[in-house]
Design a protein around this ligand. Structure first.
Ligand code: HEC
Length: 303
């Protein structure tokens, strides 16, 4: 029994499309991605290999150099991290009181989660690390409390974020967290900056190319940064991407052919592109991007 590897005929295809249109926060169908990755790389009817083996193989890979370098490049020296005492103890106390009123029913007293997911621990950190506190704040402000989104004052949301940071064991400092500061504070785990986790939604800039095997590739790719919106790009984002110096990475692009109605990659070969998608790692065939958005930001691809 052999399975076609053409995307349109691949049995995992519909599920992967579902991944891109899943509800925010809904779980990723990891294993389908993993299967798809392997079938892309080996061009075999590899779906027959037990799922567990695939998961282990993918999980065991070490971070490619491009992703490692990404981390080092992202910030400038003036950026702070959550280890720099970016909220006060008094503010976190205020946040705890607000949390007890507005959040506790779904996320539990100690943030371990109940109806909603845990807001502390490894999984929570992996979801938000290598990103700014602003991303976490914006998510909470626009989505929570779940049945009364955006219903609290900005100050209350900031205080609640301070509480969440405190419970996650980040130290208090002498200055309150403010909305202005959110964007310049990076969430970093206890072992310091780390590669962006596999399957995270990322944003990069690179040059579009098509190899002899017809596979689409981005070359000269910049260090990946985390993003939270899988589709679309604001004028400001596109402008920033246009101005970003190119990098040295290479990404295989997966699912370019099903990107969005009316988007054809062919006319953009050699253009500088703003790209978003899910980060795929594969030591054999290199970093990949399950593309959710591509948009040209310059008609040539030079720095
Ligand atoms: C009625 C239940 C409910 C209430 C109340 C609620 N949440 Fe949630 N929360 C959820 C659910 C369900 C999810 C997962 C789905 C999603 O991400 O939208 C979630 C997700 C989250 C996440 C993302 C977690 C992650 O890592 O994926 C954060 C952060 C969060 N909530 C914070 C808060 C805060 C802060 C409050 C109070 C202001 C709050 N929530 C109130 C149900 C709730």
């Amino acid at each position: 029994m052999f399975l076609s590897i053409h995307p349109q005929h691949d049995k995992t295809f519909d599920k992967l499309t579902a991944l891109r249109f899943r509800k925010p926060g809904a779980p990723h169908p990891w294993i389908e991605l993993a299967k798809r990755e392997v079938s892309m790389g080996k061009k075999l009817a590899i779906l027959l290999i037990p799922a567990v083996a695939l998961t282990l193989a993918l999980a065991g890979g070490f971070a490619p150099a491009a992703v490692q370098a990404a981390v080092a490049q992202k910030g400038n020296e003036n950026r702070k991290t959550v280890w720099d005492g970016v909220f006060t103890a008094v503010q976190a106390e205020r946040g705890r009181d607000a949390y007890a009123v507005h959040c506790v029913s779904c996320h539990a007293d100690d943030l371990r989660g109940m109806g909603g997911p845990a807001l502390k621990g490894q999984e929570f950190m992996d979801k938000w690390r290598e990103d700014s506190v602003k991303s976490l704040f914006t998510f909470i402000q626009t989505n929570m409390p779940q049945r009364a989104r955006s219903s609290l004052s900005e100050k209350t949301y900031v205080d609640i974020v301070a509480h969440i940071l405190a419970v996650n064991m980040f130290p208090a400092g002498s200055e309150e967290l403010s909305t202005d500061a959110l964007g310049s504070i990076q969430i970093v785990g206890k072992d310091g900056p780390a590669p962006i986790p596999e399957f995270a939604l990322i944003e990069v800039v690179g040059c579009l190319a098509q190899g002899s095997n017809a596979l689409w590739t981005l070359t000269n790719v910049t260090a990946p940064v985390r993003t939270r919106n899988q589709e679309g790009a604001t004028a400001a984002e596109l402008q920033a991407s246009a101005a970003r110096p190119l990098g040295t990475g290479t990404f295989r692009l997966v699912y370019v052919d099903s990107l969005r109605p009316g988007f054809l990659p062919e006319p953009h070969v050699g253009h500088k592109l703003h790209a978003k998608g899910y980060l795929l790692r594969n030591d054999d065939i290199g970093d990949g991007l399950s593309v959710t958005w591509l948009e040209a930001v310059a008609p040539t691809c030079t720095n």
